[in-house]
Design a protein around this ligand. Structure first.
Ligand code: ADP
Length: 622
């Protein structure tokens, strides 16, 4: 994050706001005074009377201002009469009508102090008030990110050479990516070395990886290592409602970066603007395409000695427009994968560095359990553990806090307040016991890690299987066991309460089972008839593309796919039913244990299931 000294800024703006407030109050008070201050009403007299009185020596003073006269009678200190003469008091004197020898003091166009004040107040106050109002509105508009004032400016954040600079050593794991990016650091540091040999410095590097794997961190670390400024913007920030804004933001961003060269431009979520150009339907498309074109134009426009490198991040490289990826643009791809066990431990260590833990904390064990978690997930777990410990009013984090944090992040927080009646509780216990037994006896399933009938996240209960070690591949046998154990819950309900006694509790199991079965057929070529062929149809296009594009296979194949999916699910249900019906006593025992303890950890659960058997008909291989 940029170091912006936010406190100072707020106190300055507070002072400005306070002084504006007082200025308005004071001006308003003055205006009120001006309106309501006691002006003695003057008596209107005809001009003939004034001339007569003046000539008779009855008046002390005649003040003329324009055509208006104010008359002070002798022995009075203020004017008490008013009159009117076309051409002003001077006309009277010039025409000799006013024979004023030594009598009244006559002053022409000499407004009194009061009148000056009055004029100031009536003319100046509204102007000042309108000015203040205008300033206020301007400040408000600027407060909202200066949207109105700087529409075409890029909103890139500049992370300069400050203390927050991060280096490769702050990033745990990701060794391959770091190695690839070392090269980029060298380009930025020693461009001459490469230019001397006639080599062109690459312009674009694409980081591809799941969300939270540390792409932003890596890009910042490249800037940190090379000691150059880092302009960061998200793809979606280019695109506004108005056509042309994105392109002008791109121009502005590249201009800024060139001025600060050598520099790095980081475009996060480049897929927001860089998707394949195509159907051209809808205004949004036009805007996106213009923005993308501008990026391409800017990248082509770089001279070979403009030392600016653009790093873009995405988790969908497959949806990007090929024009972005061709040589001379984002031609270097760095893939960032989810961390392996030792990297997960290293990441956890980084995030527990400044957190007090007691001796029970076992980060290696947590690393083993968190296969599939990203760096951001692990950082989140570390933070949750600290929050849980703080809520217990503890000064140190214990392993229990860690476990709770892990479970909270992985499957959602416990919902102890959710009330279930006795029947629902029993049904949940049967349901979870069904999952557990099927998973426990099938040879290619991961072992049971935990069973609980306390509602968590959006579920009524959870049976949790964890792989003992990281796996890169999944076999058909493993997939089929996953499907069977997913069906275990519904089957246990059916065996206990009859065909129509089953509930909506199995909804999410069935959804995920169907999804897995479809993936097996469509993505992995694992059908029995449709083997070794994939039917991938999503190229990440937008809504319109999907609606207008034909499926890449025939209707007959679509029917075949549906049949294959159905066969997988039916087989899974049959195997689950075989397993559970052969293990009814174990099911009852596990259900009772769950009703009593609500949660069973790995060891306790396997003890209750020790007598479970695998019926021969449910086995897929010896
Ligand atoms: P991405 O850009 O890939 O979505 P980020 O770079 O924003 O991910 O990472 C999000 C957070 O995850 C980081 O702020 C950091 O706390 C944590 N993180 C991710 N990967 C790592 C890592 N390898 N080492 C340390 N922390 C990491």
């Amino acid at each position: 994050m940029p170091t912006k000294k936010p406190k100072r800024t707020t106190s300055v703006s507070n002072t400005i706001r306070l002084s504006l407030f007082w200025a308005i109050v004071i001006l308003a008070a003055l205006a009120m005074w001006a309106f309501f201050s006691p002006h003695q009403p003057l008596k209107d007299v005809p001009i003939s009377q004034v001339i007569k009185d003046a000539n008779e020596g009855k008046l002390a003073k005649i003040e003329g201002r324009g055509n208006d006269l104010k008359i002070t009678v002798k022995d009075q200190d203020k004017p008490t009469q008013a009159s009117y003469i076309n051409g002003g008091v001077g006309t009277l004197l010039r025409e000799g009508t006013l024979n004023n020898k030594g009598r009244a003091v006559i002053s022409d166009s000499a407004p009194s102090d009061n009148t000056i004040m009055w004029n100031i107040l009536t003319f100046v106050i509204p102007v000042v008030l309108i000015g203040i109002l205008f300033m206020f509105m301007m400040r408000q508009a600027q407060g909202q990110n200066s949207q109105a004032m700087s529409f075409g400016k890029s909103k890139a954040k500049l992370y300069g050479l400050d203390k927050e600079r991060i280096k490769f050593e702050d990033i745990a794991g990701n060794d391959n990516a770091k190695q690839d990016l070392e090269e980029v650091v060298d380009f930025l540091k020693h461009p001459k070395k490469y230019q001397g040999l006639g080599a062109k410095i690459p312009k674009g590097v694409l980081l591809v990886g799941s969300p939270g794997t540390g792409k932003t961190m890596l890009a910042r670390a490249v800037a940190g290592e090379a000691n150059v400024p880092f302009f960061s913007i998200s793809g979606s920030e280019f695109v506004e409602m108005f056509v042309g804004v994105g392109a002008s933001r791109v121009r502005d961003l590249f201009q800024k970066a060139k001025k600060n060269s050598p520099a790095i431009i980081f475009i996060d979520e480049i897929d927001a603007v860089g998707r394949k150009r195509g159907s051209g339907m809808g205004g949004g498309h036009d805007e996106r395409e213009q923005t993308l074109n501008q990026i391409l134009v800017e990248m082509d426009g770089f001279d070979s000695d403009t030392n600016v490198i653009i790093i873009a991040a995405t988790n969908r490289a497959d949806v990007l427009d090929p024009a972005l990826l061709r040589p001379g643009r984002f031609d270097r791809h760095v893939t960032i994968s989810l961390p392996e066990r030792k990297d997960r431990e290293a990441i956890l260590k980084v995030h527990f560095k400044n957190k007090p833990t007691d001796d029970s904390v076992d980060l290696d064990k947590l690393a083993a359990k968190t296969a599939g978690s990203s760096g951001a997930d692990l950082a989140n777990m570390a933070n949750e553990a600290a929050i849980i410990a703080a809520r217990r009013d503890s000064k140190v984090i214990t392993n229990d806090d860690l476990t709770e944090a892990f479970e909270k992040v992985a499957i959602g927080p416990e919902r102890k307040a959710k009330v279930m009646n006795d029947h629902e509780k029993e049904l949940t216990a049967y349901h979870e016991a069904g999952h557990a037994i099927v998973g426990h006896v099938l040879p290619d399933s991961d072992p049971v890690h935990k069973i609980t009938i306390i509602p968590r996240g959006g579920t009524g209960g959870v049976t949790w299987f964890l792989p003992p070690e990281d796996k890169s591949y999944t076999s058909v046998y493993e997939y089929k066991d996953i499907l069977a154990r997913a069906m275990g819950g519904r089957i246990a309900e059916k065996l206990k309460y009859g065909d129509d006694g089953v509930t909506t509790g199995a909804g999410s199991d069935l959804r995920s089972a169907t999804q897995i079965a479809r993936d097996m057929i469509i993505e992995q070529g694992m059908g029995s008839k449709l083997r070794n062929q994939v039917f991938h149809e999503d190229n990440g296009g937008l809504m319109f593309d999907k609606m207008t594009r034909e499926r890449p296979y025939s209707d007959a194949t679509a029917t075949e796919i549906d049949k294959e999916v159905e066969a997988l699910i039916t087989e899974a249900a049959r195997r689950a039913e075989l397993v559970i019906s052969h293990n009814i006593p174990v099911l009852e025992k596990l259900k009772d244990a769950l009703l009593e303890h609500e949660t069973l950890e790995e060891d306790a659960a396997s003890k209750y299931m020790a007598k479970a058997v695998l019926p021969k008909e449910a086995a897929l291989h010896k």
